[in-house]
Design a protein around this ligand. Structure first.
Ligand code: PLP
Ligand code: ZN
Length: 389
C-alpha cells in the first residue's frame, strides 16, 4: 500500500511525531498536522489520474493526499463529491461569480461526514477499541454512523439542548449518548475523563489528526470543480474551525504539488460566526493572537456554538495569512436568510444560511471586488434542523 503520509508535525512548535501509532495533541498542547511527501507525490501522480477516476469514490478519489489505507479498509457511506452550484442571483448583479458548495448532501446531512469517514477509518487502523467525542450535535451523528459502519463502539457527549434529532440519531446508530447540562466544552471535559480512565480513543476536534484530513478534501474538491484553480474568496461558517483549517491546508498542498497555479494567492478565507457565539470574530476585531472563551454562548446555528475553540490561534493566523476576515450574524437574520434560501430551492442549515447576509455585508463594504470568484460553503442540510421551521 503506497502512502505519501510521512509524519505528523505540531502546528505551534514544529515538533514531529510518527504517524503509524495513535497520536493526539503535541506535548506543547499544539495541534498535529499530517505531513506528506509532496515532492514525490508530484513526481509520481499527475492530477489527471485523479480526474480520470470518476466521482463514485467520493472523497477517496484523493487517496494519495490521505493516509494510505487499502480500499477495503476504508469506512465509507458515500461521503464527498457534493455539487458546486452556481447561484448567480446573489452575486452582486452578476459582478461576483458566486458558487455554493452544498455539503448538506453528505451522509447524516452535514460535512461532518468527511471528517468521520477518514477519522473512523484511521481510528480502526490504529487499533482503537472505543471512540469518544464531544459534539454540538452533527459530529456526534456522523461519528456514530461511521462507527456503526466500522463495527466500533462510539461514545458521544453533547449538550442536553443540542438539536433533538442529532440526539436521536446517535442512539439510533447504536452509540452511547451522554447528555451534559452545559456546552460542548463541558461535554469535552466529560470525554477527557473517560479517555484517561477507560482508554477511549479521543476523537475530540483536533485531538486526533485525521478528521482534519477528511475535511481537507472539501478544498481539494472545490479546486478540482473549478478546473484545478482556487476561488478568490470562501465564506465559511466557523465553529471549531476544522473546515477553515482544512481548506487552508488543502490549497497549500495543491499549490506545492503544482496542481493549482503556484503563483495564485490562497483564497481569502472568511470566518462567519453567530452573534451569540463569536470568539473568533471578537479576537479578530481586537487584533488578538488567540481567542478568549465566549461566556453564555447561544445560537440557533448549533454547529457554531463552540465558545472555546482549541484551534483559535491557528484560525486567526490563517485569516491573517490569507488576507481574510471574520464577521458575525445574529439569529434573526440567519432565520430570515434560511427562508430566502429555501425560496431559491436551497434548504440550508442555519450555519450555511448565515453566509448570505455575510456576503451582503462584504459586498456593501466593498470587501469583495467585481469579477471575483466567491464560494459559499453550506456545511449542512436544513433537514437536520426540523425544529427551526
Ligand atoms: C460543525 C459544523 C460547523 C462548524 O464546523 P467547524 O469545522 O467546527 O468549524 C458548521 N456548520 C455545521 C452544519 C456544522 O455541523
Ligand atoms: Zn508543539
Amino acid at each position: 500500500m503506497i502512502t505519501y503520509l510521512t509524519h505528523l508535525a505540531c502546528a505551534a512548535c514544529d515538533q514531529t511525531y510518527p504517524a503509524d501509532e495513535p497520536q493526539h495533541l503535541c506535548t506543547c498542547g499544539g495541534i498535529l498536522l499530517a505531513q506528506y511527501d509532496l515532492p514525490r507525490l508530484a513526481r509520481e501522480v499527475p492530477r489527471e489520474r485523479i480526474s480520470a477516476r470518476g466521482w463514485n469514490d467520493g472523497l477517496w478519489r484523493y487517496a494519495e493526499l490521505l493516509p494510505g489505507v487499502p480500499p477495503e479498509r476504508r469506512v465509507t457511506l458515500g461521503e464527498g463529491a457534493t455539487p458546486l452550484l452556481a447561484v448567480p442571483q446573489w452575486g452582486m448583479e452578476g459582478q461576483v461569480e458566486l458558487w455554493l458548495k452544498d455539503e448538506g448532501l453528505n451522509p447524516t446531512g452535514s460535512f461532518k461526514a468527511r471528517g468521520a469517514a477518514v477519522g473512523v477509518t484511521m481510528a480502526r487502523q490504529l487499533g482503537a477499541t472505543h471512540i469518544a467525542l464531544p459534539t454540538a450535535g452533527n459530529a456526534g451523528a456522523a461519528w456514530a454512523a461511521y462507527g456503526a459502519r466500522a463495527g466500533l463502539p462510539v461514545i458521544v457527549a453533547m449538550p442536553r439542548d443540542a438539536p433533538a434529532i442529532t440526539q436521536h440519531e446517535v442512539q439510533l446508530y447504536g452509540a452511547r449518548l451522554h447528555l451534559v447540562d452545559g456546552l460542548i466544552s463541558d461535554a469535552g471535559a466529560w470525554v477527557a475523563q473517560g479517555v484517561r480512565s477507560d482508554g477511549w480513543y479521543d476523537a475530540s476536534t483536533f485531538k486526533e489528526p485525521y478528521r482534519l484530513e477528511g475535511k481537507k478534501t472539501l478544498g481539494l474538491e472545490i479546486a478540482e470543480q473549478l478546473g484545478w484553480t482556487m476561488p478568490d474568496v470562501i465564506l465559511y461558517p466557523t465553529g471549531g474551525g476544522v473546515g477553515l483549517i482544512g481548506l487552508w491546508k488543502a490549497f497549500q498542498e495543491l499549490r506545492t504539488l503544482g496542481w493549482v497555479p503556484a503563483d495564485q494567492p490562497l483564497p481569502r478565507l472568511v470566518a462567519v460566526q453567530a452573534a451569540g457565539c463569536a470568539p473568533v470574530v471578537r479576537a479578530w476585531e481586537a487584533g488578538a493572537d488567540a481567542t478568549a472563551f465566549w461566556e453564555g454562548a447561544a445560537t440557533i446555528a448549533a454547529g457554531l456554538r463552540v465558545p472555546g475553540p482549541l484551534a483559535g490561534a491557528l484560525m486567526l493566523r490563517i485569516l491573517r495569512e490569507t488576507n481574510g476576515t471574520a464577521l458575525a450574524i445574529d439569529d434573526a437574520t440567519i432565520h430570515t436568510a434560511m427562508q430566502e434560501c429555501a425560496r431559491a430551492g436551497l434548504w440550508l442549515s442555519p450555519e450555511g444560511a448565515a453566509l448570505l447576509p455575510a456576503l451582503r455585508t462584504l459586498i456593501a463594504q466593498d470587501w469583495l471586488h467585481p469579477g471575483e470568484r466567491v464560494v459559499l460553503l453550506n456545511t449542512g442540510s436544513g433537514l437536520v434542523y426540523p425544529d427551526l421551521v
